[in-house]
Design a protein around this ligand. Structure first.
Ligand SMILES: NC(=O)c1ccc[n+]([C@@H]2O[C@H](COP(=O)([O-])OP(=O)(O)OC[C@H]3O[C@@H](n4cnc5c(N)ncnc54)[C@H](O)[C@@H]3O)[C@@H](O)[C@H]2O)c1
Length: 416
């Protein structure tokens, strides 16, 4: 049976709460979400029929600032998944010490079955339904699986039309022409790259000699595969929802990215040297760095023993279950947790939000420099705690994140 992601998120809190000997009152807070909104989204389809979709927006915590988190369009979306993803966003913003909370949203839909017009209607109606719980001071959505800059533009426009003025700060990940930030689209991959560089320095490994496997070939997986390929690493396997492809001597990532960017699936890519492999075999391929960058719940107690790499760099949110985490730790595999590894996206989203507030836009060099500074500081702090306490990088990262949230809860107290 598939692991319930919110149960998994709560289990992770329990593990760190035990390690920190956390006050039971605070534990209760952390395991609850502040609010969730479930909405019905009726759409008049192109053929004149009406279809009703279900959408969600969840705030796990706004104790340290407005909610922040992506919006996912997928048939896998359900309330517990969104609750888990919102919870992980709270830890991520806290670990980076950004003045933001944790939120997430999604619609249970296969967006590839909709026309562009239907997708726009779905997005605009969803925005109207959740309008009272989003806004630059309340909660700021961003792209996630199957959502992109165009969808953010529709949300920003719908919100602005309802409020009577242009409010770009309601979402991040917008097109640059309407208040988006340079570097946002590649930010998550860039952050993964900075963190990997820092870790391999600690482990005295050589970047160019690394063999890489990437699960998921979208925004996150595609960007990190491309960055590492350009650095001379051998990316020996990648996958999307249709298949995995493997080539021991290293895939031509440039060509594969061009293919994927045209909207094609990997299963239709033709190269006689490349071997098609399934998801499970891809994860078990011998490599130096395994980068799960698709969905949650991929490395579980069923396959963890067979994972054959030095580093797991979590591009996706929640790809490793707590049981698998224990197995990987015992095997000596360094797991860089999602809340640290993929935090580049939310970090540059924060920069976008600042730029919108000030109506002053930064150059790419400044974005990457500030991103590197923030993410490396979080990495160093996490690494130090993990060494001192002989615990996993995940538990160490959670200790930092949870400590900040706990302090904020204590200082603010309970209303009334
Ligand atoms: N986009 C961001 O800035 C960002 C930031 C932090 C974390 N994340 C996380 O990274 C992951 C990927 O997000 P993205 O923005 O790259 O999404 P995306 O839609 O751009 O790409 C997702 C990729 O995963 C593949 N995929 C989907 N379901 C799969 C499955 N069941 N098995 C194998 N592959 C599958 C898709 O085919 C696609 O190649 C998600 O977990 C997301 O929450 C994204």
């Amino acid at each position: 049976m598939a692991v319930n992601p919110f149960e998994m998120a709560k289990k992770q809190i329990e593990i760190v709460a035990e390690e920190m000997n956390l006050n039971p009152n605070i534990r209760q807070f952390l395991k609850r979400i502040e609010r969730s909104l479930i909405v019905s989204i009726p759409i008049m389809m192109d053929d004149g029929t009406v279809k009703i979709f279900e959408g969600y927006r969840v705030h796990h915590s706004t104790i340290r600032g407005p909610g922040k988190g992506g919006l996912r369009y997928s048939l896998g979306v359900n309330l517990d998944e969104v609750k888990a993803l919102a919870t992980w966003m709270t830890w991520k913003t806290s670990l980076l010490n950004l003045p933001l909370g944790g939120a997430k949203g999604g619609i249970c839909v296969d967006p590839f079955k909709l026309s562009k017009k239907e997708l726009e209607k779905l997005t605009r109606r969803f925005t109207a339904e959740i309008i009272n719980i989003i806004g630059p001071d309340i909660d700021i959505p961003a792209p996630d699986i199957n959502t992109n800059a165009q969808i953010m533009a529709w949300i920003m426009d719908t919100y602005s039309m309802q409020k009577g003025r242009s409010i770009p700060g309601v979402v991040t990940g917008k097109p640059i022409e309407i208040g988006g930030s340079v570097g946002r689209e590649t930010a998550t991959g860039m952050g993964l790259y900075f963190v990997l560089q820092a870790l391999i320095d600690k482990l005295s490994l050589d970047l160019k000699s690394l063999k890489i496997v990437v699960q998921g070939f979208g925004n996150v997986g595609g960007t990190i595969a491309d960055l590492l390929y350009k650095q001379g690493c051998k990316v020996i396997a990648v996958s999307d929802i249709s298949t995995g492809i493997y080539y021991e001597d290293g895939l031509d990532i440039k060509k594969l990215i061009e293919w994927a960017k045209q909207g094609n699936l990997l299963k239709d890519y033709k190269n006689n040297k490349y071997k098609f492999i399934g998801n499970d075999d891809l994860l078990k391929s011998k490599c130096d760095v395994l980068i799960p960058a698709a969905i949650e719940n991929q490395i579980t107690e069923k396959n963890a023993e067979k994972i054959d790499c030095k580093i797991v760099l979590e591009g996706a949110n929640g790809p490793t279950t707590p049981e698998a985490d224990t197995i990987l730790f015992k095997k000596g595999i360094h797991v860089v947790p999602d809340i640290l590894a993929n935090s580049g996206g939310v970090c540059v989203s924060y920069f976008e939000y600042l730029q919108d507030i000030h109506s002053y836009f930064w150059k790419l060099e400044r974005i990457n420099e500030e991103l590197k500074g923030i993410i490396i500081e979080a990495f160093e702090e996490t690494y130090k705690i993990s060494k001192e306490r002989k615990i996993s990088l995940r538990t160490a990262a959670y200790i930092i994140a949870v400590s900040r949230i706990s302090k904020a809860i204590e200082l603010r107290g309970i209303f009334p």
